[in-house]
Design a protein around this ligand. Structure first.
Ligand code: LLP
Length: 421
């Protein structure tokens, strides 16, 4: 479902004209649709029927309080990877009893914070982390419910930078060491082994790697039970890919994913935890920008827009494709542009040779599918201000993160005594 549609040749978000919000907020900015968030969450959840399921939204995809709260109020828990993310999730109203803590480098301070808050589960990724957690929990007089993140050595067939389930990746516990580490965990104080966890990568567009990995981990649950471990939870991670072309349905449908999960691991009678990020929020956001100049180069036409790689890094970092459209459609023959930002690097390119409607200075343009890993990966490189985030609900909109002032950014620096007057 696309919630950013043309009506009478002009792009709307739900019932509001994108151009109207741009007039009020100024460009560039991120624009999110509540209806899209709600639709994605509900149809994903509904696909599982009465399966014992906890959907822990991977907040790293979009940590805006308004986004987390929208999903939390529908019943979502959270997957967090830092104390900061856990604080954000709790502040947005998510109960610690619905929060799972992932990540390869949890520190003593982070473990302490999470245990004191009464976190639901730690996904433990290594033996040193296991011993550290046992020590921290024992000192606090608490027992940490843990799963072990298994590295299933499965190729997720996605971009190398976001692939996590191969044995060469830093994530998870090597397949062959699992039995040994579970036996060790059973003897430790402050630790209760409750399940297994995996996450093989992100933007996965085919069910096959998921099925392969879930089958392997499902078999492991059975053998661990035979060895006497009381395995009651299975955390399947996130990674479900989305469509980036602005038109088509997602490559993996909730219904098909849910059916596969039930078929492959349903018989284990575990509580199933899933950590989707991109799938819930990716297509709920666009980036609205304005053409600063149209520049005819020696060989190519450049559409120079006021958004840059610091606002949205995905094209420069992963060569990611995002559909780009004008806010007002026109009937002129389409042309090819290199769509670039103002930052002083050739890598500040959103698209090369993109065929779209011809555009002029000051006209509005949108980059689609940026609800996930957009605003959260932004920086102030080139001393550009972080751009606002705006959330729409039906006929209303609200700025959910304002544009900081220049003083907000420059004021973060402090002069040492020898340079102050
Ligand atoms: N669970 C764990 C343990 C993860 O590491 C991640 C993402 C997720 C869940 C959520 O994955 P998702 O459902 O969103 O695919 N910045 C990259 C994506 C990095 C993903 C990192 N881990 C991008 O822009 O494509």
């Amino acid at each position: 479902m696309n919630f950013f549609e043309y009506r009478d040749g002009e792009m709307h978000v739900e019932n509001i004209k994108v151009s109207m919000i741009a007039d009020k907020v100024g460009t560039p900015f991120y624009l999110y649709s509540s209806a899209s968030l709600e639709y994605q969450y509900n149809q994903f959840k509904d696909a599982f029927g009465d399966l014992d399921l906890l959907i822990c939204y991977a907040v790293k995809a979009n940590t805006n309080q308004a986004v987390i709260k929208t999903l939390g109020s529908l019943g979502a828990g959270a997957d967090v990877v830092s104390e900061g993310e856990m604080r954000r999730a709790i502040k947005a109203g998510i109960s610690p009893q619905k929060i799972v803590y992932s990540g390869v480098a949890k520190t003593v301070a982070e473990m302490t914070y999470a245990l004191k808050k009464g976190i639901f589960q730690f996904n433990v990724e290594s033996e040193p982390e296991l011993y550290q957690l046992s020590e921290v929990a024992t000192a606090l007089g608490k027992v940490a419910d843990i799963t072990f993140r298994v590295n299933p050595d499965v190729d997720a067939k996605t971009h190398a930078k976001i692939s996590t389930g191969k044995s060469e990746n830093k994530f998870g516990i090597p397949w062959k060491n699992i039995h040994q580490i579970c036996a060790k965990a059973a003897k430790l104080s402050g630790i209760k082994l409750v399940g297994l966890d995996l996450h093989i990568g992100s933007q996965i567009t085919d069910l096959a790697p998921f099925e392969e990995a879930f089958t392997r981990v499902g078999n492991l649950v059975e053998t661990l039970r035979e060895e006497g471990h009381d395995i009651t939870r299975l955390d399947l991670g996130g990674g479900i890919g989305i469509s980036y072309d602005g038109e088509n349905d997602n490559p993996i449908l909730s219904h098909d994913y849910a059916k596969m999960v039930k078929r492959v691991v349903g018989h284990l009678q575990c509580q199933i935890i899933i950590e989707p990020g991109r799938f819930l929020v990716g297509n709920a956001g666009i980036l609205v920008s304005k053409v600063v100049y149209v520049k005819e180069g020696a060989e190519r036409s450049f559409l120079i827009i006021d958004a840059a790689m610091n606002d949205l890094i995905r094209p420069s970092m992963y060569d990611a494709y995002h559909a780009i459209d004008p806010v007002i459609e026109n009937k002129d023959a389409k042309v090819a542009y290199d769509i670039v930002g103002p930052v002083c690097e050739t890598g500040d390119t959103f698209a090369k040779g993109r065929i779209i409607n011809p555009l002029k200075k000051d006209q509005l343009i949108v980059i689609r599918s940026v609800g996930a890993y957009g605003a959260v990966m932004a920086s102030t490189y080139n001393t550009r201000r972080l751009i606002p985030e705006v959330l729409v609900k039906t006929n209303e909109f609200a700025v959910v993160r304002p544009r900081p002032s220049y003083e907000d950014i420059i004021g973060l620096d402090q002069l040492p005594s020898w340079l102050s007057e």
